[in-house]
Design a protein. Structure first.
Length: 174
C-alpha cells in the first residue's frame, strides 16, 4: 500500500482507533443489492434527511443491502480496509466545499514511510514525543521484498543521529 497511497514510500500513515468502521470483504465476484424495501428506506433517508432507524431485526438486511459498498476484489485483500457509511447529520462529520471529513478521536500511532525525508521525520518525531504517540518507520527488508515496521524510540533516534554524524565527519575528513 505504501507505493499506492504514500507517495512511493515518502509519506506517512496515521493509525487511528477503530470507531465502529465496517470491515471490507474481498471476493472474486461482484455483489448486488437485493433488498428493495430496506434500500428504499435508506435512499428515502438520504433524500429527506430524516434520521434513519434500523431495528435489530433489520440490521442483517441492512448489512446485506450495503454489501456492494463494502466489497472489493480479492486482489486488494492485503489492504485490510475499513469503511464508514454515515448520515450527514452525524456530528463527527464536517462538510467543507462539498467534501466530508470525519473527526477521528484517538490517534494510536504514526508510521513513517521508508523514504520519509529527514526534515519531515524530525518534525513528526517532535509532534509524536509532545503528544506521547508511538512512532514507527517502515524499512526495506534485506532479504525479501517486504517492508518491516520498526518502532522509533529515543535510543534508536540517538543511534541513528550518531551514525549520520559519523558519516558526515568521515566525508569532511577525507
Amino acid at each position: 500500500m505504501w507505493s499506492h497511497y504514500a507517495d512511493n514510500n515518502k509519506g506517512i500513515c496515521l493509525e487511528f482507533e477503530n470507531e465502529g468502521f465496517l470491515d471490507v470483504s474481498y471476493s472474486e465476484e461482484r455483489t448486488s443489492i437485493r433488498i428493495r424495501k430496506l434500500m428504499y428506506k435508506i435512499l428515502w433517508n438520504f433524500h429527506t434527511k430524516e434520521k434513519i432507524e434500523i431495528s435489530k431485526k433489520e440490521l442483517p438486511l441492512f448489512l446485506i443491502a450495503i454489501a456492494p459498498l463494502l466489497t472489493k476484489s480479492k486482489n486488494w485483500a492485503y489492504e485490510k480496509e475499513v469503511r464508514c457509511i454515515f448520515n450527514s447529520s452525524n456530528k463527527q462529520f464536517i462538510s467543507r466545499n462539498d467534501q466530508f471529513f470525519y473527526m477521528l478521536k484517538t490517534l494510536k500511532s504514526i508510521i513513517l514511510g521508508c523514504r520519509t525525508s529527514e526534515e519531515e521525520k524530525a518534525e513528526i518525531l517532535i509532534f509524536a514525543k509532545d503528544n506521547q504517540i508511538p512512532i514507527y518507520q517502515m524499512q526495506l527488508s534485506n532479504n525479501t521484498y517486504k517492508l518491516i515496521k520498526s518502532e522509533i524510540t529515543q535510543e534508536t533516534e540517538v543511534s541513528s543521529n550518531r551514525k549520520a554524524q559519523n558519516h558526515e565527519d568521515k566525508k569532511h575528513n577525507n
